[in-house]
Ligand binder design. Sequence first.
Ligand code: SAM
Length: 202
Amino acid sequence: MSPSAACCFDTLATNPRWQTFTAEEHRKVGAFVRRWRIKPGDRVLEPGCGSGRLTAVLAALTGPTGRVLAFDAAPACIRLAAQRCLPPHVTLRTARAETLALAPESFDHVICFNVFPHLVPQVGIARCLAAALRTGGVFWIAHTGSRAFVNAVHRRGPPALHDHLLPTPRRLARLLHEAGLKEVAIDDRADRFLARAVRRVS
Ligand SMILES: C[S@@+](CC[C@H](N)C(=O)[O-])C[C@H]1O[C@@H](n2cnc3c(N)ncnc32)[C@H](O)[C@@H]1O
């Protein structure tokens, strides 16, 4: 991550817009949760968890027999997430996706929620995150806006984020295949984006 991008995310941490869900976002997250099918006992990895607003939802889905590892590059975000007093089966870490060491095959789901465009280089980081999935584990990329909406927001945001974009479906499918994933399915709608891919046998 570039220093200027890191600076943007430190600022974002203090923006209340990223600390709770609006009613509309809440509805979309509910729809994502139905697709994710996270069960009690599952192990979930959440890169770029921000203030932990989704982490709390994931923790409720896995229950105490599962676990959630949520991390973010911005220390201010992790401080906010820590203030939520999440249950003990949640681990919060300040870490960058490009350098975090993850045990191989130790998760059932990777949930990239409103974060994938920022995980640069995307193929390298997707490969590392995918390697942390068990065979058959599922990698998700979810956004509460369409691809066009997300990219437009980033293009008119701070210069450091102008090239933090969701690839075209064709390029994203190729990228996820290169990262060791299969069965890529991409659902780009007017009001949300969801991509799913399954960890191949290693
Ligand atoms: C748009 S925010 C979304 C936060 C959260 N997922 C949510 O929806 O509330 C993107 C988050 O990703 C984090 N991030 C960006 N690049 C990252 C990286 N390379 N490694 C870890 N976190 C990163 C930022 O610090 C920021 O908190």
